[in-house]
Write a new protein. Structure first.
Length: 319
């Protein structure tokens, strides 16, 4: 459906997200509340254990009219398996920002707008995030904390006849890697992790060699994603960004006749530590790639004007 750039109703669906290795579940009744409405809204898919990844959509239900108002409130209740705790919260959402993003998406492509989903993320400690997402772009529009809630287990979970302890144990063992679970049981949950993901740094990707990429696709630890046109213009250089979890680019390696695709998956601990160390004063940072073949021999480092950290724990998808 073609959409007008000045409209206030759009084609969009609700979806949900939770981090890997931290299983969560949304309870029935959660919804995005429409602008200027006390109760009318679009419900958020509920039930089932969520653990696909922070900022990765899990499901969506096609319901209601195709064109819908955008929400300015969120009402959500959820359960954190590793804590055995319920959380609940009602939040005001930045309606003007959400509206601006949807209108921008329509302006870029009226027939197939950039943004198609509004996604809620839930994480331990009551963490709640909301993103506007679609095609190749995801933008965080809200981040907050829900409060612990006293909820009757038998009414909240679809399997009331199952003993609580055995049900929780089964869900955790099915969705958490054994080594991660052992670490959590030893050291506890880092409840600040999802907030740390949101730290912004003044960094840009740079490339050594003659095969300079024309664009780069990025996914960040805070759940956002974007495409960068290279070389970056002045405005893009001056922008701050979260720490990247994944970065993809094409490069023509010397001696090759066709470009090779590099799909780089970074190590979380190494990246968060390196960015925190080199960018703690908000100085400019450069994430430098020296692409080569075979791809695992590529060199990657993060540096500022004083020091450099060689990154060694990343992995490249070979295909």
């Amino acid at each position: 459906m073609t959409q007008a750039k000045d409209q206030t109703e759009f084609v969009w669906l609700a979806t949900e997200s939770a981090p890997k290795n931290f299983p969560m579940q949304i309870m029935r009744g959660g919804s995005f509340i429409y602008h200027d409405s006390l109760s009318d809204g679009l419900y958020i898919p509920s039930g089932g254990t969520l653990y696909r990844g922070w900022g990765s959509a899990t499901s969506s239900h096609v319901v209601g009219p195709e064109l819908k108002p955008l929400p300015d409130k969120l009402d959500i209740t959820f359960y954190s398996y590793l804590e055995d705790a319920f959380y609940s919260g009602k939040f005001d959402l930045p309606y003007d920002k959400i509206l601006s993003l949807f209108r921008q998406g329509v302006a870029e492509d009226k027939a197939n707008p950039t943004y198609r989903y509004i996604m809620v993320g839930i994480a331990p400690g009551g963490t709640v995030a909301v993103w506007v997402t679609g095609k190749q772009s995801t933008v965080e529009v809200f981040f907050g904390k829900a409060q612990k809630a006293n909820i009757d287990w038998s009414k909240a979970i679809d399997y009331p006849e199952t003993k609580r302890a055995s049900f929780i144990k089964s869900e955790i063992e099915d969705s958490v890697k054994p080594e991660i679970l052992a670490n959590i049981r030893k050291n506890g949950i880092n409840f600040d992790l999802w907030s740390q993901y949101r730290n912004q740094y003044h960094w840009v990707p740079t490339f050594v060699g003659n095969g300079q990429p024309r664009e780069s696709n990025l996914i960040f630890y805070n759940g956002e994603k974007q495409d960068l046109s290279l070389p970056l213009n002045k405005e893009a250089i001056q922008k701050s960004r979260p720490v990247p979890r994944y970065l993809a680019f094409n490069s023509l390696i010397k001696g090759e006749t066709e470009e090779d695709v590099f799909l780089i998956n970074f190590d979380e601990q190494e990246m968060l530590s390196a960015f925190s160390k080199l960018g703690n004063q908000q100085q400019p940072l450069y994430l430098e790639f020296s692409p080569t073949l075979p791809k695992p021999n590529t060199k990657i480092r993060l540096y500022n004007d004083r020091e450099s950290v060689q990154l060694t724990k990343w992995k490249v998808d070979v295909w």
